[in-house]
Design a protein around this ligand. Structure first.
Ligand code: SF4
Length: 293
C-alpha cells in the first residue's frame, strides 16, 4: 500500500469565518472534517462538499474545497449527480437532522439502497436551529420545544437503524466533543467505497437545553472498546442502534464491502460518461447538432 503523506490542515481553511453561535457543535465537525481530509491528503480540488439548508449546511463555505450550498433536503441528489459525473471526486454531504432526516429523507434512503459512493455527515442536534428551536425528526419524545410546548408526542427517527436496514455499507456515529475520534470516523467514511453515514451528536447550545455536551459526555461509550463487538455483524449493529438512555454507543456500527451503484451501472463501468468516447461518427454528430441546436 502506498504511503500517504498528510497535508497541512491549513490547506482546508476557508477565508470565511463561521457565523455559528459560540460553542455550537458544528465547529467540532468542521475541524474533524478538515483533520480527516488532511490525514487522507485529499487535494482540495478533489474534494466536493455539498449541503442543504440549516445552520450546519453553511459548512461548505467554511472549508477550502469545491462546494455547493443547495436546496433544503436536496443535498444528496446534488451529490449523486456530482459523483456520477466525476468518479474521481471525494463527495461529502454535510447537513442537519431536519434537512437530511426530514425534508430530504427520501433521497437519504434511496442513496443508501443504491450504495452510491458518498459520505454523508449529519450534524444531528435534535432541533431546528436556524428557524429558532422547533422540534425536528430526531427530537426525543416529551421534549418541550417552540413547536411542542407541551412536550413532543412523536417518536424520533433512529438514523442508525434506518441506515442499517436501507443498505448503507458504513454506518457510524460520532460526537463533536470527541474531535479525534470523530475525525477518524470521517476519514474511514471517506475512504470507504460505498454509502457511508456519519451521524454526529452536535449540540445546539442555543435552542436545545436537553441534549447538551454534558448530556452526551455522561452517556456515550465507544463501540471499538467493547469486547467482542464485530462491525460485520448487522444483527448486533441493529441491536446496539436501539440502545439509548444511560448508555449511548458511538463509533462504527457496521461496515461491509458491496458493489457500488457506479460499479453496477453498465453505462458507467468504464468511467464517467464525459470521459468515454461518444461512439458517433463526426458526420452523424454534426447532423444531430444541426437538428437539435
Ligand atoms: Fe449552532 Fe444552534 Fe446556533 Fe444554529 S442556533 S449555530 S445549531 S448553536
Amino acid at each position: 500500500m502506498a504511503t500517504v503523506v498528510a497535508l497541512p490542515i491549513e490547506r482546508y481553511e476557508s477565508i470565511v469565518e463561521p457565523d455559528w453561535c459560540p460553542g455550537c457543535g458544528d465547529f467540532g465537525v468542521l475541524r474533524a472534517l478538515q483533520i480527516a481530509a488532511a490525514k487522507l491528503a485529499i487535494d482540495p480540488k478533489d474534494l466536493f462538499v455539498v449541503s442543504g439548508i440549516g445552520c450546519s449546511s453553511n459548512l461548505p463555505g467554511y472549508i477550502h474545497a469545491y462546494g455547493v450550498h443547495s436546496l433544503h433536503g436536496r443535498a444528496v441528489a446534488v451529490a449523486t449527480g456530482a459523483k456520477l459525473a466525476n468518479h474521481d471526486l471525494k463527495v461529502v454531504i454535510t447537513g442537519g437532522d431536519g434537512d437530511g432526516y426530514g425534508i430530504g429523507l427520501g433521497h437519504f434512503i434511496h442513496a443508501m439502497r443504491r450504495n452510491l459512493d458518498l459520505t454523508y455527515i449529519v450534524m444531528n442536534n435534535q432541533i431546528y436551529g436556524l428557524t429558532t428551536g422547533q422540534a425536528s425528526p430526531t427530537t426525543m419524545k416529551e421534549v418541550r420545544t417552540k413547536s411542542t410546548p407541551l412536550g413532543n408526542i412523536e417518536l424520533p427517527i433512529n438514523p442508525i437503524a434506518l441506515a442499517l436496514v436501507s443498505g448503507a455499507t458504513y454506518v457510524s456515529r460520532g460526537f463533536s466533543g470527541e474531535n479525534k475520534h470523530l475525525a477518524d470516523l470521517i476519514a474511514g467514511a471517506i475512504e470507504h467505497k460505498g454509502f457511508s453515514l456519519v451521524d454526529v451528536f452536535s449540540p445546539c447550545v442555543t435552542y436545545n437545553k436537553v441534549n447538551t455536551y454534558d448530556y452526551f459526555r455522561k452517556r456515550i461509550y465507544k463501540l471499538d472498546q467493547e469486547q467482542g463487538y464485530d462491525v460485520k455483524n448487522i444483527g448486533l449493529a441493529l441491536e446496539r442502534s436501539f440502545e439509548w438512555g444511560e448508555r449511548i454507543p458511538i463509533g462504527v456500527f457496521y461496515r461491509d464491502e458491496q458493489p457500488t451503484y457506479e460499479d453496477c451501472e453498465v453505462a458507467l463501468r468504464n468511467g464517467p460518461l464525459v470521459k468515454q468516447p461518444l461512439g458517433l461518427s463526426k458526420e452523424l454528430f454534426d447532423e444531430l447538432m444541426e437538428e437539435f441546436m
